[in-house]
Design a protein. Sequence first.
Length: 59
Amino acid sequence: MAKKESFFQGVKSEMEKTSWPTGPELVKYTSIVVFTVVFFLLFFYGLDIGIGQIIEMIK
C-alpha cells in the first residue's frame, strides 16, 4: 500500500511543476490544431478526388 501512496505523491508533485496554459492560450492552441486538421482534411480529400479523376480518365 505504501508504494501506491508514494506513486500518487510523486504524481501530485510532478503535476504541480507543470506549466498549464491560460484560457486565451488554450483557445489559440486549440484553434490552430482544428484549423490544421481541417486544412489537411480538405487537402487530402482534394488530392483523393484528383487522383480518382485521373484514374477514371485513364480507364
